[in-house]
Ligand binder design. Structure first.
Ligand code: BG6
Length: 300
């Protein structure tokens, strides 16, 4: 759909308009009574979310590129329909293809409390079908209010069951990694990617002082990112998710990635709600699975 048609069909006064950036990517720009946010139609990728009077909640790299077919560094990339490398084919893209393909707008509406609701559907084509030979639909429903609510809804529209891996790979904006502790995963088991996926049990709150890349398994716990520098806590409350991934690439890996910016890794942490590794979801024919997460801020 063209920019004009999107604005004609889906823009809402005092809530939402669509804009096109230089690279040709189109963004939904939300500006309502509670917050501002922007969402790229490519990947249904939430790039920013900032409640009024607050610092940004979501981190977006200063060097993020908005290029067709490329994942954006920061925001809320959608990992779907697998998480991490593909199970049997290393040539397929890590974290699936959903984050780099076009999605369409299905619905937008202003809610009675002043929030803005948007829903998006992934557009299938021959390339996506070649990578994922299962009949299915996936939608992202986003409510931008004082809090940000995100739901990823997958339906098996075929006749055979399939295994689904997924995550909302959310990058959070923090004052400095040394000022932050993640709580909620105490006593959970995790697989440590930095140590060849060895299994450990988390003892205390998570403090990051080097590369961290962990899949916490079989946990439905709410997580809290306590940030002494910004004097706030970000709450991450989830449903339909049994894994939580915590990631910070630290200096060397971030430098190699080239799109973090100098010391960019110090101002972010990923706390990803999903279903990965031993928690992949088996979806029977006709079944729908919903992963829902609410991000909210509390002053400390
Ligand atoms: C995390 C993975 O979820 O995503 C990491 O656990 C990975 O291993 C990171 O490096 C970023 O992935 P990408 O593909 O966006 O660079």
């Amino acid at each position: 759909m063209t920019l004009n048609a999107l604005n004609h069909n889906f823009a809402i006064a005092n809530h939402l308009q669509f804009i096109e950036v230089d690279s040709g990517l189109i963004f939904a720009e939300i500006n309502n009574a509670h917050a501002t946010a922007s969402i790229a139609l490519q990947g249904a990728h939430i790039a920013t979310f900032q409640p009024n009077g607050e610092q940004p909640v979501i981190w977006l790299s200063k060097l993020a590129k908005f290029a067709p077919g490329k994942s954006i560094r920061g925001g809320v990339p959608i990992c779907w329909p697998w998480f991490g490398p593909h199970k049997n084919d290393s040539k397929l893209p890590g974290h699936g293809y959903a984050r780099t393909v076009p999605w369409e707008v299905l619905e937008t509406k202003a809610l009675a409390d002043g929030s803005t609701f948007l829903s998006f559907g992934l557009i299938e084509n021959d390339t996506t079908r070649a990578q994922w030979p299962h009949e299915s639909t996936v939608q992202l429903e986003v409510t931008v209010g004082k809090a940000l609510r995100v739901e990823l809804v997958t339906t098996n529209t075929g006749k055979e069951s399939f295994e689904l891996g997924e995550a909302l790979h959310t990058y959070f904006h923090i004052s400095d990694v040394a000022q932050m502790t993640i709580r909620g995963l105490e006593q959970c088991e995790y697989l440590d990617k930095v140590k060849d996926f060895a299994r450990f049990t988390q003892q205390d709150g998570i403090v990051i002082e080097s590369e961290v890349d962990r899949v916490y398994v079989s946990t439905t716990a709410e997580c809290v990112i306590e940030d002494k520098g910004l004097k706030r806590a970000i709450h991450i409350a989830k449903q339909g998710s049994n894994s939580t991934v915590v990631w910070n690439p630290w200096t060397e890996k971030a430098d190699k990635m080239g799109d973090f910016g100098k010391d960019g890794h110090r101002g972010m942490v990923c706390v990803e709600s999903g279903n990965a590794r031993e928690n992949v979801v088996t979806l029977a024919a006709g079944e729908t699975h919903k992963l829902a997460v609410v991000y909210s801020v509390e002053k400390l």
